[in-house]
Design a protein around this ligand. Structure first.
Ligand code: PLP
Length: 462
């Protein structure tokens, strides 16, 4: 049994007093990550309190991310809890902390990953347990080349319901995420004579490099506040394009209804193909999400979705719904790559069937909406920044003052423990672009968010 001396504030309720005391001990570093805490029974006995009071306090701290409870091994201090601020000998912004600074990052405002602390671990575990209990030995082989039928069927229902995607289960293909999907789609397009692929400019740089590494040529097409510029696309002579209609990455605009129609008309005119990267379509905060483009023309749109924002990238699963005309070539190309773990696919199918994915989405949507608003409010108080309109997604574009040096701002922020990503690398040609940041508000755990936000504001104010 482990001893732990806690100073309980008599002015607080008992449960709150335990929470406050434990938070303080953890944040001071006195209880480093991994430190086991006494069992609730032992701590209750030491403090002369009811066990339920200690259990409730532990549960609250677990929700906040301070501790983790594992059946059989008790409760321990979680990793990644930001420490209280300690006085530093070096000025955190102007001092030379370069080189050592990565390990000192305590406020990570880069985009790209959802909040891992929100991952529905218990639901995932319950589904995995169910799958392993029920899966026959015969199904522990290589699995179906299109992806497991249960997952394709639950994705077909989910995508129809929540993204207005038109897809029978037999038209869905399971993939390892968007990147892997694009790396398979490009050679398929090349095999029908399309080796120049248009891409929004700016875009996710990985999309551009994936096109290049697949042996095709990316053709950057500008984006305005309605989405990709279809006139420029028309004049480019390309016959395939990758777009992010629900929430453009990284600018954050939603493709307007007129632009959607125009893009579909272009595809029909040139006999072209639209790759729809629907990476964060579930996250719309001011109104109902905008449906997928694919639902309006399933014969021209190759729809690609992923768990990377909806759940976490670590699950490494995604899906492709391709037009019938491309499916045989796509299947031939995919045959070499496989579709990922049968067990994980079936666990995801079970989660979808039980409504756990949508329950999770409702929960994180509320959390992300609140963070986004706090971020917008805090940045709105600073002079010289320009904030975008679309209330959606997991990232936010923030224009810096015209004279600001984007890379210098990022470098200084990093020295102060604040990780940022600039807009620059997202352009095909970054020289001479206006300085801006692509901020993500979902990497910082909730318990550290307000403090991290203060640090961000402090850094940007300077
Ligand atoms: C624009 C965009 N598309 C797709 C993805 C997801 O890709 P993947 O499914 O390969 O994780 C991301 C993730 O950061 C993204 O920003």
């Amino acid at each position: 049994m482990r001893d732990l001396l806690l100073d309980l504030d008599p002015a607080l309720g008992r449960r709150r007093a335990i929470e406050v005391a434990l938070r303080a001990r953890i944040r001071s570093g006195a209880l480093p990550a991994g430190s086991p805490l006494p069992s609730s029974r032992a701590l209750a006995a030491d403090l002369g309190l009811a066990r339920a009071t200690v259990v409730a306090a532990y549960e609250q701290l677990a929700i906040e991310g301070y501790v983790v409870s594992r059946r059989g091994s008790g409760t321990a201090v979680a990793a990644g809890v930001p420490m209280g601020r300690r006085p530093s000998a070096v000025d955190p912004v102007d001092g030379d902390l370069r080189g050592r600074s990565r390990s000192l990052i305590t406020a990570d405002f880069r985009p790209g990953e959802p909040d891992g602390s929100q991952f529905p671990r218990s639901a995932w575990l319950a589904s995995t347990r169910r799958v392993l209990r029920e899966l026959s030995d015969a199904r522990l082989g290589y699995g179906h080349p299109w992806g497991e039928p249960e997952l394709r069927s639950s994705l077909s229902a989910y995508l129809g319901r929540s993204r207005m995607v038109e897809a029978e289960a037999d038209h869905v293909r399971v993939s390892l995420g968007f990147g892997a999907a694009l790396a398979t789609i490009c050679p398929v397009l090349a095999s029908i004579g399309i080796d120049r692929v248009a891409i929004e400019d700016p875009a996710l740089f990985l999309s551009r490099t994936t096109i290049e590494r697949s042996g095709s040529t990316p053709v950057p097409i500008p984006v305005d506040d309605e989405g990709i510029d279809v006139e420029v696309l028309r004049h480019s002579g390309v016959r395939a394009v990758v777009v992010t209609p629900a929430h453009q990455y990284p600018l954050g605009v939603t493709m307007s209804p007129a632009r959607r129609s125009d893009l579909l008309t272009w595809a029909a005119e040139v006999g072209g193909w639209i790759v729809e990267d629907d990476y964060d379509g579930e996250f719309r905060y001011d109104r109902h999400p905008v449906g997928a483009l694919q639902g309006r023309d399933p014969d021209r749109v190759i729809y690609v979705g992923t768990v990377s924002k909806m759940l976490v990238p670590a699950v490494r699963l995604g899906w492709i719904v391709a037009p019938a005309a491309l499916r045989p070539r796509l299947d031939a190309a995919r045959a070499l790559l496989g579709t990922g773990s049968v067990i994980e696919q079936l666990a995801l199918a079970d989660l979808l069937e039980r409504g756990e994915v949508e329950r999770h989405l409702r929960r994180v949507r509320a959390a992300y909406r609140s963070r986004r608003r706090r971020l917008v409010d805090a940045l709105g108080r600073l002079d010289g920044l320009r904030l975008p309109a679309a209330d959606a997604g997991l990232h936010l574009l923030v224009g810096l003052a015209e004279e600001a040096d984007e890379r210098a701002v990022i470098g200084r922020a990093e020295s102060a423990g604040v990780a940022l990503l600039g807009l620059g690398p997202h352009w095909a040609e970054p020289i001479g672009r206006p300085p801006a940041l692509v901020l993500g508000s979902t990497r910082v755990p909730e318990h550290g968010f307000d403090e991290a936000l203060e640090r961000l504001v402090e850094v940007l104010r300077r």
